[in-house]
Design a protein around this ligand. Structure first.
Ligand SMILES: Cc1ncc(COP(=O)(O)O)c(C=O)c1O
Length: 368
């Protein structure tokens, strides 16, 4: 891919505040390219981070054709940085795009563009404990039209954000509200795609839950409002009897998380049983009350693993493991982050090292 590089006229100095938070700070540059039916993807460039110029009639503002991803580059003391399962994210980006009637991007070219951007922005890779460089690719519909049909033109951009842990509290358990009145996604809808409408519809419910002292919302299936789906921007798992990790099977309305899939692979290798099936919320809550469920945790790129300390459902509270961090989630968190941060060898081939020394050479990419 031929990427035009625009010089920076006024780069901001690299500075990390003591509290990085999540997605609050952005680097000096961004990647952009455009799509039209005649030219396909074209005009690939790395330019100064800047506002987008969008026509008020741009399709995305009226019909919402927009997909995005969330990937992390983890700091490496020797070699600069390492992507975690970036191939899965670019594949999911294309699945989301197809579901939303948008064009796909050649996966290798997509990764190459991200690598080039990360190499140029290497000084922004934070190395405080638990931190990483978060990568946000977005594709949006730019055609000037109010017609309800696929846009003919699109823009793809990638921005980078040095981030700390998603929940500043690390592995400390968070309270989660189980929504009965509102749903996130239904089978046959867009829940499997990472598209903005899924998130827009969840905000009001999450704000209501926050006002009631909860941090996140657990969604149930849209038809029976009975089967557990996922939590906010994360998948969910329950630990039974301290040894079985159980997560809802992908139903068609759940986002297939990369972290979820990694935990499902990792758990048996650590001696835990891993199962995917339908989880009835009433049985799940009864299993918390009887003590069979010993831990509950959410999984996603932002927080990696986040413990649930208690659920609220229809005015009743269900406390798990005395609101304390549990050993299985702790073990899985350590094993996964050890691989992500390169503290142990990666037997799964999940990490892809980026050599950040040779800034301009795509040849310098070494695959781990
Ligand atoms: C709705 C939803 N579910 C689950 C996840 C977890 O996916 P991943 O592990 O790929 O970050 C995310 C984050 O992308 C999400 O937005």
């Amino acid at each position: 891919m031929q990427i035009r590089i625009e010089p920076l006229t006024n780069p901001r100095p690299v500075e990390f505040p003591p509290e990085l938070g999540f997605g609050r700070y952005f680097t000096n540059r961004m990647f952009t390219q455009r799509y039209s039916p005649d030219d396909g993807w074209h005009d690939a460039a790395i330019v100064a981070y800047q506002p987008l110029a969008l026509d008020p009639a741009s399709h995305v503002l009226h019909c919402g054709q927009d997909v995005f991803e969330g990937i992390k580059a983890y700091p490496r003391p020797q070699s600069g940085a390492s992507f975690f399962r970036i191939d899965q994210n670019v594949a999911r980006f294309n699945h989301s795009a197809t579901r939303m009637g948008m064009p796909v991007i050649d996966p290798e070219l997509h990764i190459e563009a991200i690598e080039q951007l990360v190499r140029m922005e290497r000084d922004w890779i934070p190395n405080q404990p638990g931190s990483a460089l978060y990568i946000r690719p977005v594709m949006l519909a730019t055609e000037k039209t109010l017609e309800v049909r696929a846009s003919r033109t699109f823009m793809h951009f990638v921005i980078l954000s040095p981030v700390g842990p998603y929940f500043g509290s690390g592995l400390a358990p968070v309270p989660v509200f189980i929504s009965h009145d509102y749903v996130r996604a239904m089978r046959g809808g867009t829940g499997e795609a990472k598209t903005i409408a899924n998130y827009a519809g969840s905000i009001f419910v999450t704000e209501e839950a926050r006002a009631r002292g909860f941090q996140q919302v657990l969604w149930l299936d849209a038809v029976e409002r009975r089967y557990v789906e996922e939590v906010g921007g994360m998948n969910i798992a329950f630990v039974y009897d301290g040894k079985q990790v159980r997560t809802p099977a992908l139903s068609g309305s759940i986002l297939p998380g990369v972290t979820r899939e990694s935990i499902l692979q990792l758990a048996p290798d650590l001696g835990f049983e891993a199962t995917e099936d339908r989880i009835d919320v009433h049985e799940m809550l009864a299993d918390i009350e009887s003590g069979r469920i010993t831990e509950a945790f959410a999984m996603g790129t932002g927080a990696v693993i986040s413990l649930v300390g208690r659920f609220g459902y229809k005015e009743k509270e269900y406390v798990i493991n005395d609101n304390r961090t549990g050993p299985v989630a702790q073990r899985l968190f350590e094993a996964l982050t050890d691989i992500q941060y390169g503290r142990v060898a990666d037997p799964y081939g999940w990490t892809r090292n980026i050599s950040v020394d040779a800034v301009d050479s795509a040849q310098s990419v070494a695959r781990a």
